[in-house]
Design a protein around this ligand. Structure first.
Ligand code: CA
Length: 223
């Protein structure tokens, strides 16, 4: 899953980037509203974290501009102020949720997971395909009783495939959601990682969860 952080406080932006990357997210950071707008229009972010007090375009304005530009990524507003007025205004401008600074990283992660659930049609806390189960909160993957160890990137790729179960995802869609803006390699990296995943989640169990749709992309189906 790929996130955009729009935050002008460099230390906070950097701490968020590192924390979210450690959780397996691909993360882009914009330090101004203008950059945030440009990136959010270019890339299909799964969640946007938006600071309210930004130089130039503030968070409310940016949120309204994004919705007007038909950018529908879920938006979580980060605000240093609190009070009912801000909360109502944040929701009215098209934001999906808000969090008052200082916040705990645990709560931030739970809010992000809730927003990710909201975007898929069904909203299970656990993602699954047959006996394969992924828990976004505890970062555990199991097939039946067997626990499977994945790297952060493999986990992120599997999470995307399971959230979009039944849909064919192209390599470029996968690249956009699982790798961040700084990635400059080619889309063969997706094939490589699909291969790593298959070795861990399918091959040892003699199952085929990830299907290749020749010339199009990949599809996860129930066993
Ligand atoms: Ca700020």
């Amino acid at each position: 899953m790929r996130l955009l952080v729009v935050e002008d406080e460099l230390r906070l932006a950097d701490a968020l980037r590192r924390g979210l990357q450690a959780e397996g997210f691909a993360v882009d950071v914009a330090n101004t509203g203008t950059d945030g707008f440009r990136l959010a229009k270019q890339n299909p972010y799964d969640v946007i974290l938006l600071d309210l007090m930004l130089p130039g375009i503030n968070g409310f304005k940016l949120c309204a501009m994004l919705r007007e530009a038909e950018v529908w990524s879920p938006i979580l507003i980060l605000t240093a102020k609190d009070g009912e007025l801000d909360e109502a205004e944040a929701l009215d401008t098209g934001a999906d949720d808000f969090l008052t600074k200082p916040f705990s990283f645990t709560v931030l992660m739970a809010r992000i997971r809730a927003l990710l659930r909201r975007t898929s049609g069904s909203r299970p806390a656990l993602l699954s395909a047959g006996e394969l189960v992924l828990d976004p909160a505890s970062h555990q993957v199991r097939r039946g009783e067997a626990e499977i160890e994945l790297t952060a990137r493999e986990f992120s790729l599997l999470e995307l495939l399971l959230r979009r179960k039944g849909e064919v995802l192209t390599k470029s869609e996968i690249l956009e959601h699982v790798w961040d803006y700084d990635f400059e390699g080619d889309s063969n990296i997706v094939e490589v990682y699909i291969g790593y995943l298959r070795k861990k989640i399918d091959a040892p169990f003699d199952q085929k969860t990830i299907h290749t749709i020749r010339g199009v992309g990949y599809l996860v189906k129930e066993d």
